[in-house]
Design a protein around this ligand. Structure first.
Ligand code: PCA
Length: 324
């Protein structure tokens, strides 16, 4: 009996040594505030990964650009400074144009259409990410994009010279088309940019306006629903490929479930955000016909620019989307 106990004890010690040896702690920088649904879902993802890998991968989420700023997260993951991180996908379209698939105005304006467009874009996007030493685990859409201003706007005659916070090159193009002056600012720094006058307008969902309490400076939100851009959780390709097939499957299961939950949460919250903006004194209305017509004209140019940058690959995505 004693021998058996000793053997058993030694086996348990070896087993726990083995699990300590393979357990990994991963820091996961995220760009948006801790209470934003993307960040909350990042924590759900981390919990699921811990659960499904039996504790082998222990992810700590760092929201709000606290570990790396939004603009630094992709490079940090690419270079392995951190194994995993979350970022706004179309912010990287200047480097890899296909990643702007979700930033095409008025092409996919519902969650269902955004999902269909992603289905058409996914393989090409994943191939570009692989070239960048990245693997996407899940993506999650923001609610539809509209315009924030500090005054009533009925057409581009009201927007000339306005300092406009953009979040990628495509939104800078939009701003220029409206005679505005773009300045790129991370969401985490948006309140400060508005308070100091660096920016006085921007395009985003109700979500970011709510997170940043923009009613303190701004008065009008114009619903446009121009597109539903996505965040993605990306992992360093070398680190990913170093995981066992079982661990990869467990992490991917966590990712698939979290991506679906996150999209559902986004849809559920979309109107709630508008209610909060209104409750805090903002006017939240549909963009007027003149303004909308101008946005549609600029939008066509933005899609043409994207097709020029992505060539046959971009066209194939749109063709596949339109054929469905
Ligand atoms: N909020 C993010 C990106 C899209 C959105 O709705 C932002 O404004 O930075």
């Amino acid at each position: 009996m004693k021998t058996l106990n000793i053997t058993l004890g030694a086996t348990l010690a070896a087993m726990s040594f083995a699990s300590i040896a393979t357990a990994e702690s991963w820091d996961m920088p995220m760009a948006y505030s801790a209470t934003n649904f993307h960040s909350e879902m990042g924590v759900v993802f981390a919990d699921r990964v811990r659960d499904y890998t039996g504790g082998d991968i222990d992810i700590t989420v760092h929201p709000g650009g606290s570990l790396f700023k939004g603009g630094e997260i992709k490079r940090a993951v690419q270079t392995g400074q951190v194994p995993i991180g979350e970022r706004f996908m179309s912010a990287h379209a200047n480097e890899a144009p296909l990643l702007g698939w979700d930033n095409l105005p008025f092409v996919a304006t519902t969650y269902a259409d955004n999902e269909r467009l992603w289905a058409a874009a996914k393989d090409g996007v994943n191939a570009q990410l692989s070239d960048l030493n990245l693997v996407a685990l899940y993506t999650c859409p923001w609610p539809g994009q509209g315009f924030y201003f500090n005054k009533e706007v009925t057409s581009s005659k009201d927007t000339q010279g306005v300092k406009f916070r953009s979040y990628n090159t495509a939104t800078a193009t939009f701003a220029e088309g409206l005679g505005m002056v773009p300045v790129q600012v991370e969401a985490a720094e948006l309140s400060q940019a508005l308070a100091t006058g660096v920016a006085e307008a921007f395009i985003s969902s109700g979500s970011t306006g709510y997170d940043r309490k923009v009613w303190e400076q701004l008065s009008h939100y114009y619903k446009v629903n121009a597109w539903l851009p996505r965040n993605y959780v990306i992992v360093n390709k070398g680190i990913w490929e170093g995981l066992s097939a079982d661990t990869q499957a467990a992490v991917q299961k966590a990712a698939d479930e979290t991506g679906a939950d996150c999209a559902a949460k986004s849809a559920e919250l979309a109107n709630w955000y508008f209610e909060q903006l209104e409750a805090n004194g903002m006017s939240v209305v549909d963009a007027g016909p003149e303004f909308l017509a101008e946005l549609q004209t600029i939008g066509k140019k933005m899609t043409a620019d994207w097709l020029a940058a992505t060539g046959a690959e971009g066209q194939a995505i749109l063709d596949a989307y339109n054929a469905n």
